[in-house]
Design a binder for this molecule. Structure first.
Ligand code: DGL
Length: 271
C-alpha cells in the first residue's frame, strides 16, 4: 500500500481567514505539508445558504482530493457549521472542522459559565456552537453576536485601524456588558483582529482562538490514525485560490511565517 504519512493536509476557507489555521498547523506540526485553498471568487460564505456552502465545500474537497491529501481541515467556521457533516460522511479520510475544538476549549476554561461567541451571520444563526456547548454542559449561558463587517476589514488589511476599533465597539459593547469570561473568535478571520477585540473586551475576558485549538486536535487525530508525517519529512506548502491570486499572495505573505512565492488560481466550478 502507498505510504500516506507524508501526503499533504488539505486546508480550505472562503478566503484568507483559514490562513490563521494553516499558520497554527505550520507552527505546531512543522513536518506536515499543506495544500491550502481559499475560495476568493465566492467569499463571503457567512451570508450564504447552507445548500450553497455544502455545494462549494464539495467542489473544494474534490479539488483537494486531486492533490492526494491525507486529511482535510475545514478552516472556516461557516463551512464547519453547515457542511462538515455532509463532507465527513462522504470521505474515507479524516476531516476536522474548527467549531468543536474552539468550543471545547471555551467549555474547559470558563469559570463563570458565561461564554460569548462572535462569527458570521451564518455561523451565529446555525447555533452550532451553542448546541455543542449545551450538549457538554447545559448550564453554560452562550451569547452569540454576528460581526459581518469584521471579515471585509480583515480582507482590506485594516487590522489596526481606528475605524476597525470603532466598529468593534459597536458590535462588542453589548457583549462586554454580559459578564462573559470567555469569547470564542468564531470566524477564522477574527484572530487577526485579536488585539482590537482584546482592547474592547478588556483583560478579564479570555479570547479563544479556534485556529490554535484546531491545530492541537489535528495533531492528536493524525497520531491516532497513524498518519503523522515521518520524523525527517520536509514540508511543502502549496496555495490555490479561485480568484485574485496576487492579492491573496501579498496578504498571505504579511501573516505567514515564511515567504510564499507562488499562488495558483484554479477554476473551482470545474470540480
Ligand atoms: N472565514 C469564514 C469563517 O470562518 C468567514 C468569512 C466569510 O464570510 O466567508 O466563517
Amino acid at each position: 500500500m502507498e505510504k500516506k504519512n507524508n501526503a499533504p493536509i488539505g486546508v480550505f476557507d472562503s478566503g484568507v481567514g483559514g490562513l490563521t489555521v494553516a499558520r497554527e498547523i505550520t507552527r505546531q506540526l512543522p513536518r506536515e505539508s499543506i495544500v491550502y485553498f481559499g475560495d476568493t471568487a465566492r467569499v463571503p460564505y457567512g451570508s450564504k445558504s447552507k445548500d450553497t456552502i455544502i455545494r462549494y465545500s464539495r467542489q473544494i474537497v474534490r479539488f483537494l482530493q486531486t492533490k492526494n491529501v491525507k486529511a482535510i481541515v475545514v478552516a472556516c467556521n461557516t463551512a464547519s457549521a453547515f457542511a462538515l457533516d455532509a463532507i465527513e460522511s462522504e470521505l474515507d479520510i479524516p476531516v476536522i472542522g474548527v467549531v468543536k475544538p474552539g468550543a471545547k476549549s471555551a467549555i474547559e476554561n470558563t469559570k463563570n459559565k458565561r461564554i460569548g461567541i462572535i462569527g458570521t451571520e451564518g455561523t451565529i444563526k446555525s447555533e452550532l456552537y451553542t448546541e455543542y456547548i449545551h450538549g457538554k454542559d447545559p448550564e453554560i449561558t452562550v451569547i452569540g453576536k454576528a460581526c459581518p463587517l469584521f471579515c471585509p476589514l480583515v480582507e482590506e488589511g485594516m487590522l489596526h485601524d481606528s475605524v476597525t476599533e470603532e466598529i468593534a465597539r459597536r458590535y462588542l459593547d453589548e457583549l462586554q456588558e454580559q459578564n462573559i469570561d470567555s469569547l470564542i473568535l468564531g470566524c477564522t478571520h477574527y484572530p487577526l483582529l485579536r488585539s482590537t477585540i482584546g482592547k474592547v473586551m478588556g483583560e478579564n475576558v479570555n479570547l479563544v482562538n479556534p485556529a490554535y485549538e484546531t491545530a492541537i486536535s489535528l495533531g492528536r487525530l493524525l497520531e491516532e490514525k497513524r498518519l503523522s508525517a515521518d520524523s525527517g519529512a520536509k514540508p511543502v506548502y502549496e496555495f490555490y485560490v479561485s480568484d485574485a491570486a496576487d492579492k491573496f499572495k501579498s496578504f498571505a505573505n504579511s501573516i505567514m511565517p515564511f515567504e510564499i512565492d507562488e499562488t495558483n488560481r484554479i477554476n473551482i466550478e470545474e470540480f
